[in-house]
Design a protein around this ligand. Sequence first.
Ligand code: 0L1
Ligand code: MG
Length: 262
Amino acid sequence: MKLDQNSVLRLAEHLENCELQARDTVKITDEYPDMDWDDAYAIQDEIRRRKLQRGARLVGFKAGLTSHAKMKQMGVSSPVFGFLVDSFAVSEGSELAVKELIHPKVEPEIVFVTKAPLRGPGCHVGTVLAATDFVMPGIEVIDSRYRDFKFDLKSVIADNTSASRFVVGGRAKPAADLDLRTLGVVLERNGEPVAFAAGAAVLGHPAAAVAMLANHLGARGEEIPAGSIILSGGITEAVAVKAGDNVKLQIQDLGSVSLRFN
Ligand code: 0L1
Ligand code: MG
């Protein structure tokens, strides 16, 4: 690590305050160009510790930047991983106030819910499918704390990979009944289709993103517990939303989930 403990604590507090107060900031590598990957995840861990200490419950994890569309959109070349707490979850049918956020975008995701723990190294698509209870459609609302969504990978990891809110819904189905690679995905905003893809857009198979997450956590002495919700990554590029927008995600064989912004 290149950062001392005080800097890690200070940067975590700064980024979390930006999240809670819905204000943006410049990317942290502007001030700390030499920070390394361990520093980035240490800052994210400290944000997680702060939330759990205040009573939040860890409900799962997310993989991000797992599709070429997302990597191209953000100008980066490898996936990143973050955590999910209960306060990020939005119930389907409820409305999300844009004024609580900085500059939200939505992403269509295939969501995994686990029935057994997954611990790397050595996780692969097969072990992930064996540990999966069911899959379902989910919309992730990302809200980078960085001005104009301008960041590098280390800055975005520290910022919990832009995690903000998510909604799951549709039909929950056992993954074994589906070929997740060929499921068609349509994202609509205000009734108009704005992004399309198939499940294979996520690393060839969305379960591969969950395996990478489990291997990443395993290398850090953690596992994905049974009963976790895992967002496997935006299948298409992210779409900006504003007050009044209604977003609907349809995934073949898995039904639809929607979210309204006010
Ligand atoms: O797929 C994702 O959840 C993206 C996470 C981080 C990058 C971004 O803000 O677009
Ligand atoms: Mg995402």
